[in-house]
Design a protein around this ligand. Structure first.
Ligand SMILES: Cc1cc2nc3c(=O)[nH]c(=O)nc-3n(C[C@H](O)[C@H](O)[C@H](O)COP(=O)(O)O)c2cc1C
Length: 386
């Protein structure tokens, strides 16, 4: 929050980011906030949204603003989805379950990551609406089938297939913080001291938030003695040999919606349409994978044109406000995903934090619609841009 205000309440996603930074041990905050290499792509994602200008319009009747949309057979209060974020149960006690509750209350979808702390079954116990499941196609195909079956049994109607992680991106902060690779004795002591300096996190998560395991992978790594063992297993399981041909195999095992996440190229978008994807996510993984790739917003119009309404287009990477949602819709997106925005909120204030961030974003969207002179999401188009 700004040092020039009284700082009585968080007002924006950035405020939640700062609260999360205080609340979390350094390595975990950096895991959320960091990105690949110098983090230029991550910064440009945000800058692309900031640089796009809106047209202010006046004296139109904007007394009734409707932010709702229909997406893949479901009514959403506004066009936003809580995207898959691994390890959210490390940011707050049973973080995924808390975030799901906030999403259900806000009437928008929540997508559970393959590498979550809470399992599919734990989420099913608190879900009041079907949630989405994100799958990394792992080498152990029989385990991938088991995950899809578990998700279907828990009522998940939508599978998000993340395809931009055949290998893990180079995230310098994770290496420097000892999250990737080995740590020496000095490193372990430094980490322990840093954790000790965050007693609220220690109590909320490390003590009260157990079991801290990769909930969906306990059967795959039965001998795991800590999160590092799960991480090593997952890192060894990303299947770099996967191709478009493998998608048919997924279709055989999943009868619900399939969303392909990680599309940054017109030809790939056309291939996803040819495969019969119900939606694609234009995503560079929040700049966490390929440093130097374009910001998603720059690629969105071409991809929307290429897809030609044959499937839904969702966009993520860099969305930090309701203004950004309006801008993405104006460039042709059907909906947006947030990753870090909800991760900061869950770390800062748990379910209440996510609920508040969603209220903030929805209200910002409403205000942006009113001031650009549109009352329905279907009326948002390039005409509202300068
Ligand atoms: C901490 C963190 C963990 C993530 N874990 C996953 C994951 O497990 N699966 C996945 O498909 N994407 C994952 N993502 C990417 C997000 O789903 C999303 O694409 C990205 O965060 C969007 O960018 P934004 O953070 O700027 O909103 C993760 C992102 C973050 C920040």
């Amino acid at each position: 929050m700004s040092s020039k205000t009284l700082d009585l309440a968080p007002a924006s996603v950035e405020d939640y980011r700062k609260l999360a930074e205080k609340r979390l041990p350094r390595a975990f905050f950096d895991y959320i906030d960091g990105a690949a290499h110098q983090e230029l792509t991550a910064k440009k994602n945000i800058l692309a949204f900031e640089s796009l200008q809106l047209r202010q319009r006046i004296l139109r009747d904007v007394s009734n603003i409707d932010t709702s949309v229909n997406l893949l057979g479901r009514a959403l209060d506004f066009p936003l989805i809580l995207g898959p974020v691994g390890l959210a149960g490390i940011f707050a006690r049973r973080g995924e379950a808390q975030a799901l509750k906030a999403a259900n209350k806000a009437k928008i979808p929540f997508c559970l990551s393959t590498v979550s702390i809470c399992s599919i079954e734990e989420l099913n116990e608190v879900a009041t609406e079907p949630f989405w499941f994100q799958l990394y196609v792992i080498r152990d195909r029989s385990y991938a089938i088991k995950l899809m079956q578990n998700a279907a049994a828990a009522g998940c109607d939508t599978l998000v297939l993340t395809v931009d992680l055949p290998v893990v991106g180079e995230r310098y902060k994770d290496v420097r913080n000892g999250l990737s690779g080995k740590t020496n004795l000095m490193g372990s002591i430094k980490k322990a001291i840093n954790i000790a300096c965050h007693p609220r996190w220690l109590w909320d998560v490390a003590i009260k938030g157990k079991p801290l395991v990769f909930g969906n992978l306990v059967d795959a790594v039965p001998d795991a003695s800590g999160l590092k063992d799960f991480k090593s297993w997952v890192d060894s399981q990303f299947d770099a040999s996967m191709t478009w041909d493998d998608l048919g195999w997924i279709r055989e095992h999943w009868s619900g919606n399939i969303i392909i996440k990680g599309i940054m190229d017109v030809d790939d978008a056309k291939k996803a349409v040819a495969f019969g994807a119900d939606a694609i996510v234009v995503s560079n993984h929040g700049g966490r994978q390929l440093e130097g790739v374009a910001p998603t917003l720059d690629m969105l119009p071409e991809i929307v044109k290429a897809v030609d309404k044959k499937c839904k287009v969702i966009v993520d990477s860099g969305i930090r406000s309701g203004l950004d949602i309006v801008k993405a819709i104006a460039l042709g997106a059907d909906a947006c995903i947030i990753g870090r925005a909800w991760a900061y909120a869950i770390a800062a204030k748990g379910e209440d934090g996510v609920t508040h961030v969603l209220e903030i974003m929805k209200n910002e969207m409403r205000v942006a619609m009113a001031l650009t002179g549109v009352t329905k999401v279907s009326d948002i188009d390039a005409d509202i841009l300068n």
